[in-house]
Design a protein around this ligand. Structure first.
Ligand SMILES: Cc1cc2nc3c(=O)[nH]c(=O)nc-3n(C[C@H](O)[C@H](O)[C@H](O)COP(=O)(O)OP(=O)(O)OC[C@H]3O[C@@H](n4cnc5c(N)ncnc54)[C@H](O)[C@@H]3O)c2cc1C
Length: 506
């Protein structure tokens, strides 16, 4: 099976020994290039002399060429895609990244940039034999200014580790997501990750103050400002936020960090219908106002799925819809009082049928675990995952539509997500993942989203899996400008090919 994938290097064609990525129910996916019949771009092949260059630059211990070591870099978190890179490089400094990129550019070697490899649209692993350049050893926190609340760190710092570092200073990272223990800040910026508290802290275009980026030709671009206001020309950092590794290699990030909340409270409610969900959302914005920090919705089928796959159950019994509402602020008494009053009101007005409140950290975490563990179930089943922005009035219509459209082809169709931002995670559980099933869903589901004036990617990006819908999702003038920017910054197209921009297939 592996002969499909090895390149021209005899020394790398050793038999496969063990697999590190655990792929659950259906084992490792087929190679992406075969599954999707993608055609390889006109790039060079890895040769012995290239490896010698990398060895001289990084030493032997920061290069992986053993196929068993490479597996976890070739397969994504949910085992949807699988590349066949023959080498992983682990630079520690910007200078090393610059030399790697400059060398690859000269030799027309394609590169896949990788952070924590938690991406869910096939952006973080190679499609063919791209060289994987991982940020996992670029994990230094460079500076923290406690007065301004600005932290500067290397791109490979794990999100949760940055947050721990900030704890002692009474600060926190403005971004939080289920993958926080594995994802890197560089990957977060490259995907413009949204997450659980976007409602409160806004997105990374606002929170990232500056970036250091290496261009495809190795040139280092210093936009690493720590200033909140700096109108000295174009704000180039925004080009790289959400560019999914196609425009440049982010090496350092300067991030604005808000004060850490002293009191965090969470309510978990059961509701009868979606109309009441929307009314409760409006009331929460009015009454909880400045302390409202997350507003998440889960439907009953999501809860059933979580019960079957990861053993999570609702602490308040079964309801058609559940809401997780978080408040965070600086005054425990005031905040808890506000949330109690709000809960009283939604129960008295029959907006919610039942609810529970957590004010102690252990209970708060237990309630958050209900929401955060739903995606864990994807490892135990075959699930097509979608991430849409939708007008709130139509938020759950799509779930019902797709349930009808799929009929017996789907085991379950369910939805949960960041309702506070209009972001729905639509999931379709199927017996077996196949091209036929995907073709039945796509582009149908995207067309429905477009008709509803939504976006086919709220926060996960286009990656490999949605790249061929770039023109579907954007007007021609916008796509042309994206292409022009790509050819200006990466004329040979070596950075993350087959991602964001449509790829060709046979
Ligand atoms: C359980 C779970 C929950 C999640 N929840 C959310 C959520 O709430 N919100 C959300 O937005 N996403 C979510 N995600 C998706 C994912 O975690 C995010 O996209 C995350 O930001 C990816 O970070 P990473 O370090 O893992 O990047 P990777 O997966 O390694 O890479 C992602 C993309 O960024 C590029 N990249 C990585 N590092 C760099 C760099 N230094 N320079 C340039 N490009 C780079 C890669 O080439 C790739 O295109 C979730 C994923 C999981 C598994």
């Amino acid at each position: 099976m592996f002969s499909n994938c090895v390149g021209r290097l005899g020394l790398l064609s050793r038999p496969h020994r063990h697999i590190q990525r655990k792929c659950g129910l259906h084992g490792r996916p087929n190679f992406t290039k075969n599954n999707y019949k993608a055609i390889r771009g006109n790039f060079g092949y890895l040769e012995e002399q290239h490896i010698q260059f990398f060895q001289k630059l990084l030493g032997y211990d920061r290069i992986l060429t053993d196929l068993s070591d490479l597996e976890q870099y070739n397969v994504d978190r949910y085992c949807q895609v699988r590349g066949c890179s023959q080498i992983v490089l682990k630079p520690k400094t910007t200078e090393e990244v610059s030399q790697i990129l400059s060398f690859c550019n000269e030799n027309r070697l394609a590169i896949c940039l990788q952070g924590g490899n938690t991406d869910v649209v096939g952006a973080s692993v190679p499609v063919f034999d791209e060289i994987v350049v991982s940020t996992e050893l670029m994990n230094e926190i460079i500076d923290l200014d406690e007065n301004s609340g600005v932290i500067i760190c290397q791109a490979g710092c794990v999100l949760e580790n940055i947050d721990k570092k900030l704890e002692g200073s009474g600060l926190m990272v403005p971004l939080d997501l289920g993958a926080k223990g594995s994802c890197h800040i560089g990957g977060n910026v490259a995907t413009n990750a949204g997450g659980l508290r976007l409602l409160r802290y806004g997105n990374l275009h606002g929170n990232v103050l500056g970036l250091e980026v290496v261009k495809a030709n190795g040139e280092v671009i210093d936009c690493l400002s720590t200033l909140k206001k700096d109108n000295t020309g174009f704000h180039l950092k925004h080009l790289f936020i959400g560019s999914e590794g196609t425009l440049g290699f982010i090496t350092k990030v300067s991030l604005q960090c808000p004060p850490r909340a002293r009191s965090i409270n969470v309510a978990f409610l059961g509701l009868q219908n979606f109309d009441k969900v929307l009314k409760t959302f409006r009331k929460a914005k009015e009454d909880l106002c400045e302390i409202l920090s997350a507003f998440e919705v889960i439907d009953s089928t999501s809860m059933e799925f979580a019960k079957e796959t990861v053993g999570i159950t609702s602490p308040i019994g079964d309801y058609p819809y559940y809401l997780l509402i978080e408040t965070s602020g600086s005054n425990p008494e005031h905040d808890a009082d506000k949330l109690y009053k709000f809960l009283d009101l939604v129960l008295v007005k029959h907006l919610a049928l039942n609810g529970t409140l957590a004010t102690e950290p252990a209970k708060v975490n237990a309630i958050w675990a209900i929401r955060e563990k739903i995606p864990e179930g994807f490892k135990h089943s075959s699930v097509l995952c979608y991430d849409f922005s939708l007008p709130l009035s139509k938020y759950f219509d799509l779930v019902e539509d797709m349930r009808n459209h799929m009929g017996s082809l789907a085991k379950k169709v369910f939805g949960f997500g960041h309702l506070g931002d209009g972001n729905l995670h639509l999931q379709i559980e199927v017996n077996e993942m196949s091209k036929e099933v995907r073709d039945h869903v796509e582009p149908n589901v995207f067309e429905r989203v477009k008709q509803m004036n939504g976006s086919i990617s709220a926060e996960h990006g286009m990656g490999f899996l949605k790249a061929n819908y770039l023109s579907f999702a954007n007007p021609p003038s916008k796509v042309e400008m994206m292409r022009n920017l790509k050819s200006m910054l990466d004329p040979k197209g070596i950075l993350n090919p087959y991602k964001v921009f449509p790829w060709t297939y046979s």
